[in-house]
Design a protein around this ligand. Structure first.
Ligand code: THU
Length: 151
């Protein structure tokens, strides 16, 4: 895990964060007012975004990270390189990144293991002053995945 400001990221990761930031405005979060934007870079360079979509039946909410993975799969993309996530709480420009929930960690872990790769994850604070660089193995140590079922 590494912690650096947005401007110190490689150019293509800066762009990925910017795509996630642009997606933030599309989040549907009338209950939490916590906007989450995600941008997933596929190995061919295509970027696919996701946002959190809440529901009056709260448990039906889908997080931005899972939204991005489902969106990518539906478009035929299965090989991913990096995921950027940015959050904004009540529109405030906070300097602390949020971390993916357990359900999203499981889905990201599967996406990476099924593809036989590591998936880089960039967690970004709303003001972009701090980006945490991590990956799916670190987010879900000893995770259960497709390899466990392939006896
Ligand atoms: N949320 C995400 O989109 N991703 C996460 O990993 C954590 C939580 C969303 C769900 C809900 O809409 C809001 O943030 C507050 O929990």
């Amino acid at each position: 895990m590494q912690d650096i400001p947005w401007q110190d990221l490689p150019q293509q990761d800066q762009e990925l964060v910017e795509q996630a930031q642009q997606a933030l405005a599309l989040a549907y979060c009338p209950y939490s007012r916590f906007q989450v934007g995600a941008a997933l870079r596929c190995t061919d360079g295509t970027i696919i975004t996701g946002v959190n979509v809440e529901n009056a039946s709260y448990g039906m909410t889908i997080c931005a990270e899972r939204g991005a993975i489902m969106h990518a799969r539906a478009r035929g993309y299965t090989q991913f390189e990096a995921l950027a996530v940015i959050t904004r709480n009540e529109g405030e420009l906070t300097s602390t990144p949020a971390s993916p929930c357990g359900a999203c960690r499981q889905v990201l872990f599967e996406a990476a293991q099924a593809a036989g790769t590591q998936l880089k994850v960039i967690l970004t604070a709303a003001d972009k002053s701090c980006c945490i660089l991590t990956d799916t193995e670190e987010l879900l140590p000893l995770g259960f995945g497709p390899k466990d079922l392939a006896c």
